[in-house]
Design a protein around this ligand. Structure first.
Ligand SMILES: *[C@@H]1O[C@H](CO)[C@@H](O)[C@H](O)[C@H]1NC(C)=O
Ligand SMILES: *[C@@H]1O[C@H](CO)[C@@H](O)[C@H](O)[C@H]1NC(C)=O
Length: 376
């Protein structure tokens, strides 16, 4: 079994147990990703109107607080062809204009350490510099923007992304979730809306009904108790990011196909297998963030049987509905283009290449989304 299943994520635990927004069904137009639904507008609105649009649907502008959510969103945006940027839920606060998420938690120094601002951003003027028109945050989509976050004048009309549900915080660090006073649960938050938890590797891993960490029966074994040590949450190792129950990572080492296979196997996985459009979005976002323009191997080849491409786990491509060949691929005529890569020059389509080429690669740990494949 892959080692990552043994890791704890106290944050994920806290969210599962206490914040628990059920995103059983996403509101129309929106799509689910790790604990929230995201809606990508095609209409253009000023920031305030966009914010209101999301609020009226009980959501907020999107908060890409983790590399995983950011990668997923970026993977989708690169398909849009839209150049003006998409508003997201980051706004300046206070005198100094410190950026805050739409739920009033800080972007810097909060629970999650992730941000993807372009250099020199966010350019939020504090109150003292109020000559500048009000600035709001967007994900840039112009060619030179690299899909990084930037600020733009709030009054401009742009597309925007709404989020319904608390969202993914599984990549966030565990800092500060265990309170120094040993209290826990929703009545004893560490940040607004983020309950304190008990230290699962310490002597007091359970939370009693009245919100105290301990290890007696009253803490661990009653209807309203939470034994944090009993709930194992899969977590991804460093450099990997989660989509559902699977971890994906972009590896920036130059490797031929067999070397890449071996490197993924050493991490307990395989080369990444994009069997579903969602996986494809996610992998593209990871590549854009890791190495824009970079070439990456994925786990598809026809080394064994010409034109019978297989995923790294032996599933035949023909068993899955989703494929994404570039216009010319698969193009093997001479039996030497047997391994498959993402070709960024043509919008991240699949391209067959000789296996001895050296390039970056994408690894996967876990089953991935297999909905589009026939059951084996
Ligand atoms: C938003 O929440 C309110 C109160 O819970 C509910 O009445 C309303 O139907 C919700 N609106 C949408 C669009 O879900
Ligand atoms: C990849 O490189 C290794 C080490 O140089 C070599 O042994 C192996 O044959 C190469 N594989 C391919 C498919 O080129």
């Amino acid at each position: 079994m892959a080692p990552y299943f043994l890791a704890f994520s106290k944050v994920a635990l806290a969210i599962m147990l206490n914040i628990g927004v059920c995103v059983c069904q996403c509101p129309d137009q929106s799509i689910a990703f790790n604990h929230a639904c995201y809606e990508f507008s095609t209409a253009e609105l000023g920031y305030a109107a966009a914010r209101l649009y999301c609020a009226e649907r009980n959501g907020t502008l999107a908060m890409p607080r983790t590399a995983a959510v950011d990668a997923y969103i970026v993977g989708i945006l690169q398909y849009s062809g839209y150049q003006n940027g998409y508003w997201i839920g980051i706004e300046p606060s206070g005198v100094d204009g410190a950026p805050m998420w739409a739920d009033d938690t800080p972007v810097f120094g909060g629970l999650c350490q992730y941000s993807a601002f372009a250099e020199g951003e966010p350019n939020f003027p504090g109150l003292t510099l109020s000559r500048m028109p009000q600035q709001c945050a967007m994900i840039g989509t112009a060619a030179e923007s690299g899909f990084l976050w930037a600020t733009s004048t709030c009054a401009y009309s742009k597309r925007f992304i709404c989020q319904y549900g608390a969202g993914d915080q599984e990549d966030c660090s565990d800092i500060g979730l265990v309170r120094p006073d040993g209290r826990c649960g929703p009545d004893f938050p560490v940040l607004p809306g983020v309950p304190g938890v008990c230290d699962v590797i310490g002597p007091a891993p359970c939370c009693s009904a009245d919100g105290r960490c301990g290890d007696s029966e009253l803490h661990c074994d009653c209807p309203d108790c939470v034994d944090y040590s009993l709930v194992l949450v899969p977590d991804c190792p460093p450099g990997y990011h989660k989509l559902k129950d699977t971890c994906y990572g972009a590896r920036l080492e130059l490797a031929n196909y067999t070397q890449a296979e071996r490197a993924c196997a050493e991490d307990g996985g395989t080369l990444a297998m994009p069997k579903h459009l969602k996986t494809d979005f996610f992998l593209i976002g990871l590549m854009i963030r890791a190495a824009p323009e970079g070439d990456f191997w994925i786990g598809i080849d026809d080394r064994r049987w010409e034109y019978n491409h297989m995923f790294a786990d032996g599933t035949r491509l023909a068993e899955c509905a989703f494929t994404k060949w570039s216009g010319v691929a698969p193009r093997d005529r001479a039996h030497f283009l047997n391994c498959v890569m993402y070709l960024p020059d043509v919008g991240y389509f699949w391209h067959d290449m000789s296996c001895w080429e050296r390039m970056y690669f994408l690894c996967q740990m876990g089953p991935g989304i297999t909905d589009d494949c026939e059951a084996d």
